[in-house]
Design a binder for this molecule. Sequence first.
Ligand SMILES: Nc1ncnc2c1ncn2[C@@H]1O[C@H](COP(=O)(O)OP(=O)(O)OP(=O)(O)O)[C@@H](O)[C@H]1O
Ligand SMILES: [Mg+2]
Length: 337
Amino acid sequence: MTANNGAFVICDDLYKIFKVAEIEVMALQGLDLTVKKGELVGVVGASGSGKTTLMNVLGGLARPSAGQVIIDGKNLLKLSTRELTAYRQIEVGFVWQQGSRNLIPYLSALDNIKLPMTLAGAAGRHNDQRARELMDLVDLSHRYDHRPIQLSGGEQQRVAIAVALANEPKLLLADEPTGELDSATSDQVYDLFKRLNRDLGLTICIVSHDPDIKEHVSRVIAIRDGKLASETVRRQRKSVSLRAPGHEPAPDDLWEDHFEELIVLDSAGRLQIPKQFREELGFENRVEMEVAEDSILIRPARNLDDTSSQGEIQLEREIRADDNGTRASLLNRLRRK
Ligand SMILES: Nc1ncnc2c1ncn2[C@@H]1O[C@H](COP(=O)(O)OP(=O)(O)OP(=O)(O)O)[C@@H](O)[C@H]1O
Ligand SMILES: [Mg+2]
């Protein structure tokens, strides 16, 4: 079943809290995300912003602490452990940054690809045939019997992609797949993702630190502090040469791609104002808002006095009172905000 409006991935108000030695880390803090079927999406964000956590949640490797995750109409939180294992094995494919995490070192490329099929219960000659087809698909027909150590970094990642596709998943998740590759080899890996997306209709999410990721995908989402902060979309506009006076453009010059960064407004009306803007304009923790004809003006609050911080003080008191118990009521309060 396909989820509503062609949305293949829906994350609604997602929280993930890790607890280490009594200290809680909120890796995801009310993240909303929608990915359409057949989309190729890039995910960027500073280290520690929650990208890998999001991939793990989408891949059924981690259960969120609160919120909803619906993939292809399936609510992951409602799946039993057995159903979740089947989801991980068959419906989603992973590619990680480190080759060692993707591939078993003592198995040949073909055997690495056959392994997930065997684990999912498929056996026989069909597996061998499919493994060869997948090696051909990633342009490695000449490397069937090579072990990972006998492959270059780019080749290893292409085998890793073939492994991830072994059980014909509908969703491919890649966590910094080009993190250890030079830029020419990274481009080859991105080209492969684009081809798989176009030819197989695969929905793909690629986490990257590479600022050029936007050149390779249709949309880039930026995560900040465990929330979706902004989205960069590819748009078309009249080419510069068309606008240059006296220049007669060739027909192909008429339109060109450009990128626009849009700030995400979540379902509760929250948005993140980029730090650079806040610093430049002297925004602190209170702002004034004014509705204009077709826009909203936000400016630093003037004449701040003590009363404006009363709510904050009260919330801090409540959090402190909560320290002995669980974080649940804090979460509830955050979600009501
Ligand atoms: N298993 C875990 N136990 C405790 N804390 C964790 C765990 N996994 C992640 N975290 C914490 O959650 C936050 C988000 O981590 P995550 O790995 O998702 O970030 P990231 O955006 O992938 O960073 P990077 O770009 O460095 O890979 C970090 O503060 C991290 O320390
Ligand atoms: Mg990470």
